[in-house]
Write a new protein. Structure first.
Length: 452
């Protein structure tokens, strides 16, 4: 049996007026990544063969996000916003390529799970021309209802047209839909705009299919899958639901979360075995934590690889491009960015390591700063293995500290330091015997002290 082909169409041309934001709706973040990135990620996991995204005119930022997270996806512009079926037809060129199944997913419904999409595909595989995801809503206001008779979905009735008993008993329409590829264009072409808003509604596909003697099916999924986001309140509710899922998955995988409700995860956070995460830690995109690492409280981490047995925080900030080797220790008030920190390195307090490489077992004293930015460009700092950087030192990049070299406390290092050398980049200490006592003596005579 050959695998069935599937085209996914993501509708993301909505204006998102109710978000009251300059940012396009599908670019708002949820669990550390955009709504659109969630949907595109889920589609990828559902094994689709091609993806088309329908966006509004002038949405360059949305197009850039598509390129970033799903470089193989095509996008189509819906020039006028004339309803969901009209939006789907903006991707007509992709539909004409005749996939076995066409999945239609809303860009503002980010929590739909790959398994739910697979179930929709299975319904089409089983002979339905149209299949729709439905759910039981805790508050059903505003949703269309799926009217099912004898296991067949017969119509989608908008709330205003539904009878009191339909409103009580029928599943709500989640909006996510699948169409059989061979009849999709025939159905879509028959959808009209004879309704109050003069829009082309995708929901009409069900009745049209039935009129063509084709069958339609409803597939029930949990409410969280179908949470649509139109407002900031709904975004916050979806965030809570997403975090709940991610924390549960981390716990199931054996991560110790001491206070799960205080830890914020990203959809792509990866944990090894026996990882401990203390209360109040935030994970952004692209973080991997290897076996046995401990993340102490109040740390903020994104784009970082944390090696085996590493200790991070409390109060650490790891920014993108951070790689921490086995057993490294990154302590309180330490910030790391674009830096490879090898095994056994200690940077225990008050340090900034940016655009740097730090060799194995180097010791970075409190208050060490890599001065990576000169106001115009960024430069690199290279610290050799086993080097010792004394407290309160400024390493002015570009600069190299050789293996095993020693930098005296309070140094400003502007030139490379050879391996095994000592560098003292500070003015010599001056001691003036009796100076302070003389100063106080002058004051007690009511005279002004001088520095002689
Ligand atoms: C729709 C359904 C309703 C269902 C609900 C689920 C219809 C008539 N109603 O209502 O039964 O319960 O979703 O959330 O379909 N979009 C475009 N271009 C357009 C119009 C919409 O890209 O011209 C996109 C929007 O960005 C959004 C999605 O399609 O991602 C849904 O559109 P929306 O207007 O929000 O539908 P609802 O009124 O919520
Ligand atoms: Ca909506």
């Amino acid at each position: 049996m050959t695998a069935r082909t599937c085209l996914a169409i993501v509708l993301a041309a909505g204006e998102g007026t109710r978000m009251r934001s300059a940012r396009p709706k599908v670019l708002h973040p949820l669990a550390g990544r955009s709504l659109l990135a969630h949907v595109l990620g889920t589609i990828g996991q559902a094994g689709v063969t091609s993806t088309a995204v329908v966006i509004g005119p002038g949405e360059d930022a949305v197009a850039a996000e598509i390129k970033r997270v799903a470089p193989d996806a095509e996008y189509f512009i819906q020039r006028e916003r004339r309803g969901t079926a009209h939006a789907v037809l903006a991707a007509r060129a992709a539909i004409e390529r005749q996939a076995d199944e066409i999945l239609i997913v809303y860009g503002d419904t980010p929590l739909v799970q790959p398994a739910s999409l697979s179930r929709l595909r299975d319904a089409i595989g089983g002979g339905a021309a149209v299949a729709v995801l439905g759910f039981r809503a805790s508050d059903a206001t505003g949703y269309g209802r799926l009217i099912v008779e004898k296991n067949q979905l017969v119509t989608i009735r908008e709330e205003t047209d539904a009878s009191a008993s339909d409103r009580k008993t029928a599943l709500c329409n989640g909006g996510t839909m699948a169409l059989a590829g061979k009849t999709a264009l025939a159905i879509l072409g028959r959808i009209g705009d004879h309704n109050r808003k003069h829009e082309f509604y995708l929901t009409d596909a069900v009745e049209i299919a039935r009129g063509m003697a084709l069958s339609a099916a409803a597939v029930e999924v949990e409410e969280d899958d179908m949470r649509g986001i139109n407002t900031k309140k709904q975004l916050a509710e979806a965030e809570a639901a997403a975090q709940q899922r991610l924390r549960q998955a981390a716990l199931d995988a054996g991560v110790t979360l001491i206070a799960p409700e205080t830890v914020y995860l990203c959809a792509d956070t990866k944990f090894g075995r026996d990882v401990v995460v203390e209360p109040f830690v935030v994970f952004g995109e692209k973080v991997t934590v290897e076996d046995g690492a401990v993340i102490h409280s109040f740390s903020h981490i994104s784009g970082a690889h944390i090696g085996k047995g590493v200790s991070v925080g409390p109060f650490a900030r790891l920014r993108p491009g951070t790689r921490l080797g086995e057993g490294a220790r990154i302590g309180n008030f330490v910030e790391v960015k674009e830096a490879v920190v090898e095994a056994g390195v200690k940077a225990n307090h008050l340090t900034y390591l940016g655009d740097a490489s730090v060799g194995a077992n180097a010791n970075i004293g409190a208050g060490t700063i890599t001065c990576n930015y000169d106001g115009a460009a960024k430069h690199r700092t290279d610290i050799g293995r086993g080097a010792f950087i004394g407290s309160n030192s400024a390493l002015v990049a570009p600069v190299k500290i050789g293996e095993g070299a020693y930098v005296g406390s309070g140094s400003v290092i502007t030139q490379d330091v050879p391996a095994e050398a000592l560098a003292l980049g500070r003015s010599r200490q001056v001691v003036k015997q009796g100076w302070a006592a003389r100063l106080r003596g002058l004051k007690s005579l009511g005279k002004k002290g001088s520095s002689q």
